[in-house]
Design a protein around this ligand. Structure first.
Ligand code: NAD
Length: 324
């Protein structure tokens, strides 16, 4: 039942625009005044776009700002896309690895299971863990958040930890940067475990910051030839020192894959999940009479709103840009 029209018409005539990729800032002036724009805008990297939204008086909602609460789960694009990425990263690692993932007892001898080390046990890391376990690998996970331990164990993984991590309730379940002493211990722990791993899947991120460097060149040099590193944090600088974003490189027999866009490699289910998330969020903005109504008393609406009435509405994003 949808009508197919050109891009300019969609922008200038819609009361509400839903999108995957952010608009170009110069396109925003072509949007109907006062309209609602919903998407994934990565606000900490998009000053020009935010300025354009403000100037054009657009009510913009960035679903990467969504609070990570139970109520908001059905709208959580980051969770959906991270699940796709964690799954696909393991599939690609298995494809590049010159050995089996599962243990095999064959007439030609016993094949040991592959060992997978996962750095970061958030949504992508836990999906990678579950996928690698289904393929029969032995999996270890490292994270700075102690809450991850139980989740890792319940999925059949081993949690490796450094004592004394800094955690902040204000970070809303996300990680915060760690002290120098902690990072030193972390480097040694990861070095020791990576040496024994066939695959390392890097998923560690800190919102609004460069991804933490966890896998150093000297650690890669000490890994077994044929091993595979998949770095999902590549677009944010990478967890691995040698990662090149959007490239597969070979370094002393180790394959290093820098890829932060796995959802694009599994478009059917990624799109299904993304569109359901957008639809569930949009329903929140519609009142019982079928009219758009922005109820800023609703935590999900207020915390996801990026710009409204010519202002940056999101407190943390506003504070971020005031610094510069
Ligand atoms: P993320 O993508 O921001 O980061 C991925 C992981 O990297 C996190 O687990 C983080 O702790 C870890 N990390 C950061 N720095 C690290 C370092 N130096 N070393 C090792 N690990 C490091 O996180 P995410 O996947 O978006 O999830 C963030 C949190 O939100 C998690 O607690 C997750 O369970 C929670 N969550 C809740 C809901 C919900 O309740 N609706 C939905 C999704 C996620």
């Amino acid at each position: 039942g949808a009508q197919v029209v050109d891009r300019k018409t969609v922008l200038s005539e819609s009361d509400c625009l839903l999108m995957i990729n952010a608009l170009r800032p110069e396109e925003v002036s072509g949007i109907k005044k006062g309209s609602i724009v919903i998407g994934h805008f990565q606000p900490y990297q998009q000053k020009a776009l935010i300025d354009a939204f403000r100037t054009s008086n657009v009510a913009s909602f960035s679903l990467d700002l969504l609070p990570r609460t139970t109520l908001a789960q059905s709208m959580d694009i980051l969770s959906s896309m991270s699940s796709v990425a964690g799954y696909k990263a393991v599939i690609q690692a298995a494809d590049h690895l010159p050995r089996f993932f599962p243990m095999f007892m064959t007439a030609a001898g016993t094949i040991k299971p592959a060992r997978v080390l996962i750095l970061g046990g958030g949504v992508a890391g836990l999906q990678a863990l579950a996928t690698a376990r289904r393929l029969g690998a032995v999996v270890e996970v490292f994270d700075v958040r102690s809450a991850v331990k139980e989740e890792v164990q319940s999925l059949g993984g081993k949690f490796i930890e450094v004592q004394g991590s800094m955690e902040s309730a204000a970070a809303g379940g996300y990680a915060v940067e760690q002290s120098e002493a902690y990072q030193q211990q972390q480097r040694e722990l990861i070095h020791n475990h990576a040496q024994k791993a066939d695959c390392v899947i890097c998923t560690a991120l800190i919102p609004g910051k460069k991804a933490p460097l966890l896998l150093y060149a000297h650690t890669i040099d000490s890994m077994q030839p044929g091993s595979v590193v998949v770095d999902l944090a590549a677009a944010s600088g990478g967890n691995c020192e040698l990662t090149v974003n959007n490239q597969v490189i070979r370094h002393k027999g180790i394959t290093i894959i820098g890829n932060s866009s796995y959802p694009a490699a599994m478009p059917l289910d990624a799109s299904r999940m993304f569109s359901n998330n957008l639809l569930n969020f949009t329903k929140l903005l519609i009142d019982p009479n079928g009219k758009f109504y922005l109820n800023f008393d609703d935590e999900i609406i207020s915390k996801t709103c990026l710009t409204y009435n010519g202002l940056i509405k999101h407190e943390a994003v506003a504070a971020f840009y005031e610094k510069y």
